[in-house]
Design a protein around this ligand. Structure first.
Ligand SMILES: NC(=O)c1ccc[n+]([C@@H]2O[C@H](COP(=O)([O-])OP(=O)(O)OC[C@H]3O[C@@H](n4cnc5c(N)ncnc54)[C@H](OP(=O)(O)O)[C@@H]3O)[C@@H](O)[C@H]2O)c1
Length: 322
Protein backbone atom coordinates (compact mmCIF):
# COMPACT_ATOMS: atom_id res chain seq x y z
CA UNK A 1 0.00 0.00 0.00
CA UNK A 2 0.99 3.64 -0.35
CA UNK A 3 1.98 5.67 2.72
CA UNK A 4 3.52 9.10 3.18
CA UNK A 5 6.70 8.83 5.24
CA UNK A 6 9.34 11.09 6.72
CA UNK A 7 12.54 10.21 8.51
CA UNK A 8 13.72 13.66 9.59
CA UNK A 9 12.03 16.77 10.93
CA UNK A 10 11.66 19.57 8.41
CA UNK A 11 9.43 21.24 5.85
CA UNK A 12 6.86 19.28 3.78
CA UNK A 13 9.77 18.59 1.36
CA UNK A 14 10.92 15.75 3.67
CA UNK A 15 7.70 13.79 3.03
CA UNK A 16 7.91 10.87 0.55
CA UNK A 17 5.19 8.67 -0.94
CA UNK A 18 6.44 5.09 -0.49
CA UNK A 19 5.16 1.52 -0.88
CA UNK A 20 4.98 -0.37 2.42
CA UNK A 21 3.41 -3.64 3.56
CA UNK A 22 -0.25 -3.42 4.46
CA UNK A 23 -0.57 -3.91 8.24
CA UNK A 24 -2.33 -7.01 9.61
CA UNK A 25 -4.83 -6.51 12.44
CA UNK A 26 -3.93 -8.04 15.80
CA UNK A 27 -6.64 -9.88 17.82
CA UNK A 28 -8.23 -6.65 19.16
CA UNK A 29 -7.57 -4.49 16.09
CA UNK A 30 -9.38 -3.44 12.95
CA UNK A 31 -7.84 -2.69 9.57
CA UNK A 32 -9.39 0.39 7.98
CA UNK A 33 -9.19 1.54 4.37
CA UNK A 34 -8.54 5.25 4.81
CA UNK A 35 -10.91 7.60 2.96
CA UNK A 36 -10.10 10.96 4.63
CA UNK A 37 -7.50 12.32 7.07
CA UNK A 38 -7.68 15.88 8.31
CA UNK A 39 -4.55 17.93 8.96
CA UNK A 40 -4.22 19.19 12.52
CA UNK A 41 -1.83 21.62 14.13
CA UNK A 42 -0.26 18.56 15.77
CA UNK A 43 0.67 17.14 12.31
CA UNK A 44 2.48 20.34 11.43
CA UNK A 45 4.26 20.30 14.80
CA UNK A 46 5.18 16.61 14.34
CA UNK A 47 6.54 17.34 10.85
CA UNK A 48 8.66 20.32 11.80
CA UNK A 49 9.61 19.09 15.29
CA UNK A 50 8.54 22.43 16.74
CA UNK A 51 7.55 23.39 19.44
CA UNK A 52 9.93 21.16 21.41
CA UNK A 53 7.11 19.00 22.82
CA UNK A 54 6.59 17.68 19.28
CA UNK A 55 9.92 15.78 19.75
CA UNK A 56 8.83 13.95 22.89
CA UNK A 57 8.72 10.68 20.92
CA UNK A 58 12.03 11.24 19.12
CA UNK A 59 14.51 13.95 19.99
CA UNK A 60 16.63 13.85 16.80
CA UNK A 61 14.39 11.90 14.41
CA UNK A 62 10.66 11.19 14.39
CA UNK A 63 9.82 7.91 16.10
CA UNK A 64 6.79 7.31 13.89
CA UNK A 65 7.40 7.64 10.17
CA UNK A 66 3.82 8.27 9.07
CA UNK A 67 1.86 11.23 10.42
CA UNK A 68 -1.92 11.71 10.41
CA UNK A 69 -4.25 11.08 13.34
CA UNK A 70 -7.83 12.11 12.53
CA UNK A 71 -9.18 9.54 10.14
CA UNK A 72 -12.40 8.30 8.57
CA UNK A 73 -12.69 5.18 6.45
CA UNK A 74 -14.13 1.69 5.99
CA UNK A 75 -13.27 -1.44 7.96
CA UNK A 76 -11.77 -4.10 5.68
CA UNK A 77 -10.67 -6.73 8.24
CA UNK A 78 -11.06 -7.34 11.97
CA UNK A 79 -8.97 -9.28 14.51
CA UNK A 80 -10.21 -12.53 16.07
CA UNK A 81 -11.48 -10.88 19.27
CA UNK A 82 -13.30 -7.94 17.65
CA UNK A 83 -17.07 -8.08 17.98
CA UNK A 84 -17.94 -4.38 17.61
CA UNK A 85 -17.14 -3.90 13.92
CA UNK A 86 -17.29 -5.93 10.73
CA UNK A 87 -15.86 -5.42 7.24
CA UNK A 88 -17.84 -2.79 5.39
CA UNK A 89 -18.53 -0.63 8.46
CA UNK A 90 -17.75 3.07 8.03
CA UNK A 91 -15.83 4.44 11.04
CA UNK A 92 -13.77 7.39 12.29
CA UNK A 93 -11.15 7.86 15.00
CA UNK A 94 -8.50 10.04 16.61
CA UNK A 95 -5.27 8.02 16.49
CA UNK A 96 -2.97 10.72 17.91
CA UNK A 97 -1.36 8.08 20.15
CA UNK A 98 -0.16 6.00 17.19
CA UNK A 99 -0.54 8.16 14.02
CA UNK A 100 0.01 6.42 10.65
CA UNK A 101 -3.12 7.69 8.86
CA UNK A 102 -1.49 9.35 5.83
CA UNK A 103 -1.64 5.93 4.16
CA UNK A 104 -4.07 3.77 2.22
CA UNK A 105 -4.75 1.59 5.28
CA UNK A 106 -4.35 1.96 9.02
CA UNK A 107 -4.57 -0.61 11.81
CA UNK A 108 -5.59 0.24 15.39
CA UNK A 109 -7.50 -1.20 18.35
CA UNK A 110 -11.24 -1.47 17.68
CA UNK A 111 -11.94 0.61 20.82
CA UNK A 112 -10.34 3.66 19.13
CA UNK A 113 -13.06 3.74 16.45
CA UNK A 114 -16.69 4.78 16.43
CA UNK A 115 -19.29 4.41 13.67
CA UNK A 116 -19.26 7.25 11.14
CA UNK A 117 -21.97 9.67 12.35
CA UNK A 118 -25.17 9.53 10.30
CA UNK A 119 -25.28 12.04 7.48
CA UNK A 120 -21.59 12.90 7.73
CA UNK A 121 -19.16 12.49 4.85
CA UNK A 122 -15.74 10.92 5.38
CA UNK A 123 -14.15 14.33 4.86
CA UNK A 124 -16.37 16.04 7.42
CA UNK A 125 -15.98 13.26 10.00
CA UNK A 126 -12.18 13.35 9.70
CA UNK A 127 -12.23 17.04 10.62
CA UNK A 128 -14.01 16.50 13.92
CA UNK A 129 -12.01 14.34 16.40
CA UNK A 130 -9.05 16.27 17.81
CA UNK A 131 -10.36 19.75 17.05
CA UNK A 132 -13.76 18.83 18.45
CA UNK A 133 -12.48 17.46 21.74
CA UNK A 134 -10.27 20.52 22.31
CA UNK A 135 -13.19 22.88 21.66
CA UNK A 136 -15.67 20.94 23.80
CA UNK A 137 -13.20 20.60 26.64
CA UNK A 138 -12.14 24.24 26.50
CA UNK A 139 -15.51 25.93 26.03
CA UNK A 140 -18.02 23.55 27.61
CA UNK A 141 -16.48 21.07 30.10
CA UNK A 142 -13.70 23.20 31.63
CA UNK A 143 -14.57 26.67 30.33
CA UNK A 144 -18.23 26.37 31.39
CA UNK A 145 -19.14 29.35 29.23
CA UNK A 146 -22.42 31.07 30.10
CA UNK A 147 -24.60 33.58 28.29
CA UNK A 148 -23.28 37.13 28.39
CA UNK A 149 -19.68 36.19 29.16
CA UNK A 150 -16.77 37.74 27.30
CA UNK A 151 -14.85 34.91 25.63
CA UNK A 152 -11.61 35.19 23.66
CA UNK A 153 -10.29 32.40 21.44
CA UNK A 154 -6.63 32.84 20.43
CA UNK A 155 -5.76 30.86 17.28
CA UNK A 156 -9.45 30.90 16.40
CA UNK A 157 -8.93 30.37 12.67
CA UNK A 158 -7.57 26.83 13.05
CA UNK A 159 -9.38 23.52 13.40
CA UNK A 160 -10.09 23.63 17.13
CA UNK A 161 -10.62 27.40 17.14
CA UNK A 162 -13.43 27.32 14.58
CA UNK A 163 -15.45 24.89 16.70
CA UNK A 164 -14.58 26.77 19.90
CA UNK A 165 -15.88 30.08 18.51
CA UNK A 166 -19.15 28.45 17.43
CA UNK A 167 -19.67 26.63 20.75
CA UNK A 168 -19.10 29.84 22.70
CA UNK A 169 -21.49 31.79 20.45
CA UNK A 170 -24.11 29.04 20.89
CA UNK A 171 -23.77 29.38 24.66
CA UNK A 172 -24.63 33.07 24.31
CA UNK A 173 -21.15 34.50 24.86
CA UNK A 174 -19.71 37.60 23.23
CA UNK A 175 -16.78 36.16 21.31
CA UNK A 176 -13.52 37.83 20.32
CA UNK A 177 -11.48 35.78 17.84
CA UNK A 178 -7.73 36.23 17.34
CA UNK A 179 -5.85 34.94 14.30
CA UNK A 180 -4.17 36.24 11.15
CA UNK A 181 -5.93 39.16 9.45
CA UNK A 182 -7.11 37.41 6.28
CA UNK A 183 -9.30 35.04 8.33
CA UNK A 184 -11.43 37.92 9.70
CA UNK A 185 -14.45 37.32 7.41
CA UNK A 186 -14.35 33.59 8.17
CA UNK A 187 -14.29 34.25 11.92
CA UNK A 188 -17.16 36.74 11.72
CA UNK A 189 -19.16 34.20 9.72
CA UNK A 190 -18.71 31.78 12.65
CA UNK A 191 -20.26 34.37 14.98
CA UNK A 192 -17.32 36.29 16.44
CA UNK A 193 -18.34 39.88 17.21
CA UNK A 194 -14.76 41.13 17.31
CA UNK A 195 -11.73 39.92 15.37
CA UNK A 196 -8.12 40.73 16.25
CA UNK A 197 -4.97 40.22 14.15
CA UNK A 198 -2.32 38.61 16.34
CA UNK A 199 0.43 40.30 14.32
CA UNK A 200 -0.91 43.76 15.20
CA UNK A 201 -3.19 43.55 18.23
CA UNK A 202 -2.27 42.49 21.77
CA UNK A 203 -5.25 40.56 23.14
CA UNK A 204 -3.94 40.84 26.70
CA UNK A 205 -4.71 44.58 26.54
CA UNK A 206 -8.13 44.42 24.84
CA UNK A 207 -10.09 42.67 27.60
CA UNK A 208 -10.43 41.61 30.26
CA UNK A 209 -12.17 38.34 29.34
CA UNK A 210 -14.13 35.88 31.46
CA UNK A 211 -12.67 32.95 29.49
CA UNK A 212 -9.64 32.79 27.24
CA UNK A 213 -9.05 29.59 25.27
CA UNK A 214 -5.50 29.82 23.90
CA UNK A 215 -4.55 27.51 21.04
CA UNK A 216 -1.35 29.36 20.15
CA UNK A 217 0.29 30.69 23.31
CA UNK A 218 3.51 32.67 22.96
CA UNK A 219 3.04 35.08 25.90
CA UNK A 220 4.34 35.35 29.45
CA UNK A 221 2.08 34.32 32.31
CA UNK A 222 2.13 37.93 33.58
CA UNK A 223 0.75 39.30 30.29
CA UNK A 224 -1.83 36.51 30.16
CA UNK A 225 -3.10 37.31 33.67
CA UNK A 226 -3.62 40.93 32.60
CA UNK A 227 -6.09 39.82 29.91
CA UNK A 228 -8.24 37.72 32.25
CA UNK A 229 -11.07 39.25 34.30
CA UNK A 230 -11.17 38.73 38.09
CA UNK A 231 -12.78 35.34 38.67
CA UNK A 232 -12.09 34.44 35.03
CA UNK A 233 -10.37 31.46 33.45
CA UNK A 234 -7.47 31.06 31.02
CA UNK A 235 -6.91 27.65 29.40
CA UNK A 236 -3.95 26.98 27.14
CA UNK A 237 -3.83 24.08 24.73
CA UNK A 238 -0.78 24.64 22.51
CA UNK A 239 2.09 27.01 21.79
CA UNK A 240 5.67 27.66 22.90
CA UNK A 241 7.01 25.30 25.56
CA UNK A 242 8.36 28.23 27.58
CA UNK A 243 4.88 29.80 27.77
CA UNK A 244 3.18 26.48 28.55
CA UNK A 245 5.67 25.78 31.36
CA UNK A 246 5.12 29.25 32.81
CA UNK A 247 1.37 28.71 32.90
CA UNK A 248 1.80 25.21 34.33
CA UNK A 249 4.25 26.15 37.07
CA UNK A 250 3.39 29.78 37.85
CA UNK A 251 -0.23 30.05 36.67
CA UNK A 252 -1.86 28.97 39.95
CA UNK A 253 0.26 31.46 41.93
CA UNK A 254 0.00 34.40 39.51
CA UNK A 255 -3.76 33.98 39.25
CA UNK A 256 -4.29 33.80 42.99
CA UNK A 257 -4.63 37.54 43.66
CA UNK A 258 -7.42 38.13 41.13
CA UNK A 259 -9.07 34.73 41.68
CA UNK A 260 -8.04 33.94 38.09
CA UNK A 261 -7.71 30.34 37.01
CA UNK A 262 -4.67 30.08 34.68
CA UNK A 263 -4.22 26.47 33.57
CA UNK A 264 -2.85 24.14 30.90
CA UNK A 265 -5.76 22.18 29.42
CA UNK A 266 -5.11 18.46 29.02
CA UNK A 267 -7.37 17.07 26.33
CA UNK A 268 -8.57 13.45 26.42
CA UNK A 269 -8.01 11.28 23.38
CA UNK A 270 -10.75 9.61 21.40
CA UNK A 271 -13.94 10.16 19.43
CA UNK A 272 -16.05 8.90 22.34
CA UNK A 273 -15.57 12.41 23.77
CA UNK A 274 -17.02 14.32 20.77
CA UNK A 275 -20.64 13.16 21.05
CA UNK A 276 -22.17 16.53 22.02
CA UNK A 277 -20.42 18.28 19.12
CA UNK A 278 -21.49 15.60 16.65
CA UNK A 279 -25.10 16.15 17.76
CA UNK A 280 -24.76 19.88 17.07
CA UNK A 281 -23.14 19.25 13.68
CA UNK A 282 -25.93 16.86 12.70
CA UNK A 283 -28.54 19.39 13.82
CA UNK A 284 -26.86 22.10 11.72
CA UNK A 285 -26.18 24.27 14.78
CA UNK A 286 -22.40 24.08 14.26
CA UNK A 287 -20.59 23.61 10.95
CA UNK A 288 -17.27 22.30 9.74
CA UNK A 289 -15.44 24.53 7.29
CA UNK A 290 -13.21 22.63 4.86
CA UNK A 291 -10.58 24.71 3.10
CA UNK A 292 -9.40 22.17 0.50
CA UNK A 293 -8.91 18.48 -0.05
CA UNK A 294 -5.78 16.89 -1.52
CA UNK A 295 -5.22 13.30 -2.75
CA UNK A 296 -2.88 11.14 -0.65
CA UNK A 297 -0.07 11.55 -3.19
CA UNK A 298 -0.19 15.31 -2.48
CA UNK A 299 -0.02 15.06 1.33
CA UNK A 300 3.08 17.28 1.27
CA UNK A 301 1.01 19.96 -0.50
CA UNK A 302 -1.75 19.56 2.08
CA UNK A 303 0.70 20.14 4.92
CA UNK A 304 2.29 23.03 3.03
CA UNK A 305 -1.14 24.62 2.69
CA UNK A 306 -1.87 24.16 6.41
CA UNK A 307 1.54 25.45 7.48
CA UNK A 308 1.47 28.43 5.11
CA UNK A 309 -1.29 30.08 7.12
CA UNK A 310 -3.30 30.58 3.90
CA UNK A 311 -5.90 27.92 4.66
CA UNK A 312 -9.29 29.01 5.91
CA UNK A 313 -10.86 25.95 7.50
CA UNK A 314 -9.64 22.38 7.58
CA UNK A 315 -7.25 20.89 5.05
CA UNK A 316 -8.12 17.24 4.38
CA UNK A 317 -6.24 14.44 2.59
CA UNK A 318 -8.46 11.96 0.75
CA UNK A 319 -7.94 8.41 -0.54
CA UNK A 320 -10.14 7.04 -3.32
CA UNK A 321 -11.50 3.53 -2.75
CA UNK A 322 -9.58 0.97 -4.81
N1 LIG B 1 -3.29 20.00 25.24
C1 LIG B 1 -3.64 18.89 24.57
O1 LIG B 1 -3.96 17.86 25.17
C2 LIG B 1 -3.65 18.93 23.06
C3 LIG B 1 -4.18 17.86 22.31
C4 LIG B 1 -4.20 17.96 20.91
C5 LIG B 1 -3.69 19.12 20.29
N2 LIG B 1 -3.16 20.12 21.04
C6 LIG B 1 -2.64 21.38 20.44
O2 LIG B 1 -3.71 22.23 20.09
C7 LIG B 1 -3.18 23.28 19.26
C8 LIG B 1 -4.22 23.78 18.27
O3 LIG B 1 -4.55 22.77 17.36
P1 LIG B 1 -5.28 23.08 15.96
O4 LIG B 1 -5.34 21.76 15.25
O5 LIG B 1 -6.51 23.88 16.12
O6 LIG B 1 -4.17 24.00 15.23
P2 LIG B 1 -4.28 24.78 13.85
O7 LIG B 1 -5.39 24.24 13.03
O8 LIG B 1 -2.88 24.77 13.29
O9 LIG B 1 -4.68 26.26 14.28
C9 LIG B 1 -3.82 27.14 14.93
C10 LIG B 1 -4.26 28.56 14.55
O10 LIG B 1 -3.51 29.50 15.33
C11 LIG B 1 -3.07 30.55 14.47
N3 LIG B 1 -1.88 31.16 15.04
C12 LIG B 1 -0.57 30.86 14.83
N4 LIG B 1 0.22 31.65 15.59
C13 LIG B 1 -0.61 32.45 16.29
C14 LIG B 1 -0.39 33.47 17.26
N5 LIG B 1 0.85 33.83 17.65
N6 LIG B 1 -1.46 34.08 17.79
C15 LIG B 1 -2.73 33.74 17.42
N7 LIG B 1 -2.99 32.79 16.50
C16 LIG B 1 -1.94 32.15 15.95
C17 LIG B 1 -2.81 29.86 13.15
O11 LIG B 1 -2.80 30.81 12.11
P3 LIG B 1 -1.86 30.60 10.81
O12 LIG B 1 -2.39 29.38 10.13
O13 LIG B 1 -2.04 31.86 10.05
O14 LIG B 1 -0.46 30.39 11.35
C18 LIG B 1 -3.99 28.89 13.08
O15 LIG B 1 -5.13 29.49 12.51
C19 LIG B 1 -1.89 22.67 18.65
O16 LIG B 1 -0.78 23.37 19.18
C20 LIG B 1 -1.88 21.23 19.16
O17 LIG B 1 -0.59 20.72 19.43
C21 LIG B 1 -3.14 20.04 22.40
Amino acid sequence: MKAVEYTEYGSPDVLRVVDVDRPEPGPDEVLVAVRAVSVNGSDWEGLTGRPAYARLGGLRRPRRRVLGSDVAGTVVAVGADVTTFAPGDDVYADLLDRLGCFAEHVCAPARSFAPLPDGMSFVEASAVPQAGVIALRGIVDRGRVRAGQRVLVNGAGGGAGAYAVQLAVLAGAEVTAVDTAHKADHLRSLGAVRVLDHRVDDWTRTGPYDLVLDLACYRSVGAIARGVAPGGTYLVVGGAVRSLLQVLLLGPLVGLAGRKRLRVLAVPLGVRHVGPLVDLLQAGAVRTVVDRTFPLEQTAEALRRHGSGRSVGKVVVTVDPT
